[in-house]
Design a protein around this ligand. Structure first.
Ligand code: AKG
Ligand code: FE2
Length: 329
């Protein structure tokens, strides 16, 4: 049992240990000027008292089952603790690609049956579904009472684009979303249970070895954090990590292009979270040196261009090697 890295006394969490050290992400009040400073600088921060989802803190499986409506929900099923996202549309571009998890479209009540009956040593489930207009009246009322004032004010100050979705995540304790980055800004609100985040700044790209952009696991690290292959991924030894544990009521700001691994804390019950994803702010005036996020965006565009121009994923590695090896190395 390790003490939480989030600095709270008395609270003990059963957290996995890794071969890299971590620093803590600050937990701050909405009123602390440092909170807005960090958000405007694109740095992660936990906001402890935003009341963003105060109206949803009673969302447990029973209440949701009663009120969430009979629409279909996307539920992932995995034979281990990891739920590695993959893009179905890119699955045919990679020979011998094996889907890391299964996805089901089922009713909420069927998900509840699964979460209550599966043997977590053999099989796990994770619901990940955008909140939509099929939800029942009481959920709509809770949703309308989110602290839209605060979050919309953040959107305005930081010039974020439109709110694209609110993803509802319900996972079993011990479920892990492996390290990846997203191309949107995210206010991640914890409703029930505890999640541990490992975060890595965008400049850690070379240490995390993302899959090629054409790969179904684009935006995710190829490194197995439990058993890193240092021959293939030597720079992973130098990776710099920030860490946080969020509890009900906390909101974690995950800036765009920041890597994150998310672990539902073991022995703390299932976890319920809601994301607030926003489109990026318009590009700033270009100033040199470029920021790490701008370089990541550039690399993605160049990679995609090469793939598209060659019209074949198989030809990309040799092309890139011919361009670089012995010339820029
Ligand atoms: O909570 C999780 O398991 C994953 C969440 C995530 O990756 C996100 O909100 O961007
Ligand atoms: Fe994410």
């Amino acid at each position: 049992m390790a003490e939480t890295s989030s600095g709270r006394k008395c609270e003990h969490f059963d957290l996995k240990e890794y071969q890299f050290k971590t620093n803590m992400i600050p937990r701050l009040s909405v009123d602390d000027p440092e909170t807005n400073r960090r958000i405007s600088e694109g740095l992660p921060v936990i906001i402890i008292d935003s009341k963003l989802v105060a109206s949803a803190l009673h969302w447990d499986l029973e209440y949701l089952n009663e009120n969430v409506g009979d629409g279909k929900f996307t539920v992932y099923k995995s034979s281990n603790t990891k739920f590695k996202y993959f893009d179905e549309r890119k699955a045919d571009d990679v020979k011998d690609f094996r889907k890391p998890m299964e996805s089901l479209e089922i009713k909420f009540s069927e998900f509840v049956d699964l979460i209550k009956t599966v043997d977590p040593k053999k099989e796990r489930v994770y619901l990940q579904q955008s909140l939509n207009d099929t939800v029942g009246k009481r959920i709509v009322l809770d949703f309308l009472q989110f602290n839209w004032n605060w979050v919309t004010e953040q959107q305005r100050r930081n010039k974020f684009g439109t709110l694209t979705s609110n993803l509802l995540l319900i996972g079993m304790e011990g479920n892990i979303t492996p390290a990846h980055y997203d191309e949107q800004e995210n206010f991640f609100a914890q409703v029930k249970g505890y999640k541990r985040f490992l975060l890595f700044a965008p400049d850690q790209f070379p240490c995390l070895y993302p899959y090629p952009t054409f790969h179904p696991c684009d935006r995710q690290s190829q490194v197995d954090f439990d058993d890193p292959d240092y021959e293939r991924f030597p720079k992973f030894r130098d990776v710099k990590c920030l860490e946080a544990v969020v509890e009900p009521g906390d909101v974690l700001y995950i800036p765009m292009y920041w890597w994150h691994q998310v672990e539902s804390v073991p022995n703390k019950g299932y976890s319920v979270s809601v994301t607030f994803w926003y489109k990026a702010a318009p590009n700033d005036k270009i100033e040199y040196p470029l920021k790490a996020t701008q370089k990541v965006a550039m690399m993605r565009n160049i990679e995609k261009m090469i793939h598209q121009a060659l019209n074949s994923a198989d030809e990309v590695p040799e092309f890139m090697q011919n361009m670089v090896l012995g010339r820029y190395t």
